[in-house]
Design a protein. Sequence first.
Length: 157
Amino acid sequence: MLDTLTENDRIELLHEPIDLASLVREVRADQDGATVTFDGFVRNESHGRPTLYLDYEAYEPMALTKMKEISQLLHEKFAIHRVAIVHRLGRLQIGETSVFIAISAPHRAAAFDACRFAIDTLKRTVPIWKKEYFQDGAVWADGEVPPAPPSTPKPAS
């Protein structure tokens, strides 16, 4: 059971698109003066190579536990009100949101600081893995480095 500081927070792993607007509405309340969001989405290139799509996998029970721990840490470290941390799993196309964080607070500085801390901590500690797909193969991000695209050899001098 989460303590009372985080009972209104929303922490989820989803296999369908994330509803960004609904998360922003959910964290916002009359006593807040700011909501800060982070929208991480699939870009069309990685390491100079065109990306086709991404697949995200997670050790779901541990990922949810770690995400809840991040939420609790946010409440301990920053003067914030509510938190939403939602990560998508499965196949994502270019432009689709993979992770969304929304944080409300009475003042903007705390919301900004907490949002940055949340995404940095999530990327470092939560067991979610990303596989990037290209025309010539696929690689797990932050593991195997994609080979550089072939280049034209320089003429001998």
